[in-house]
Write a protein that binds this ligand. Structure first.
Ligand code: CO
Length: 176
């Protein structure tokens, strides 16, 4: 088990559509364990494979957002079965550091997918779980929270990132 580096916007992997998971082998089990470790270390409540550099349809969610006793949720190859309602609430993303904004999401959602052993299952969520499910579902499609914001808010964030990149580029190299 290991903590992996989290990719930040504008890393191009974040905007790629994920490949379907086809092999639920030992390598995948290790990858899932690393994703869980990386999520907890961040700390975050969910993490998609894209965020550690792999464009795969795979995400994990801290089950505690459903109830304190709930185990980790692992889902591969998610599809949307149903969604209803609308709610606007605060949201953040480990790939968009130091940024929180209000995002409109469905109030309830049901996803179908595969668990870590490749077995099909469905996951229903509302509240924070529904929000996390939609956020991670988006990630594996190559969609970021930024894409759910108004064009103005999106462009303000993009400008901010570009400015920070410029500042960093002008910093002298650190020796040692
Ligand atoms: Co995110």
């Amino acid at each position: 088990m290991a903590i992996r580096e989290i990719r930040h916007y504008p890393d191009s992997v974040l905007t790629q559509k994920g490949e379907e998971v086809t092999s639920f082998d030992a390598d995948l089990q290790r990858l899932i364990d690393d994703m869980v470790d990386t999520m907890y270390a961040a700390p975050g409540i969910g993490l998609a494979a894209h965020q550690i550099g792999l464009a795969l349809q795979l995400f994990v969610i801290d089950g505690a957002v459903k109830d304190p006793e709930h185990p980790i949720i692992v889902m591969a190859n998610p599809t949307i079965l149903s969604q209803e309602g609308e709610v606007i609430d605060e949201e953040g993303c480990l790939s968009l550091p130091q940024y929180v904004d209000h995002v409109k999401r469905a109030e309830k959602i049901a996803l179908a997918g595969r668990d870590r052993n490749g077995e099909p299952f469905t996951l229903e969520g509302e509240g924070l779980l529904a929000r996390a499910m939609q956020h991670e579902y988006d990630h594996v499609q190559g969609i970021l929270m930024l894409d759910r914001l108004s064009p103005l808010k999106r462009s303000l964030y993009v400008k901010r990132v570009k400015k920070l990149e410029k500042i960093r580029a002008h910093e002298p190299a650190v020796a040692g």
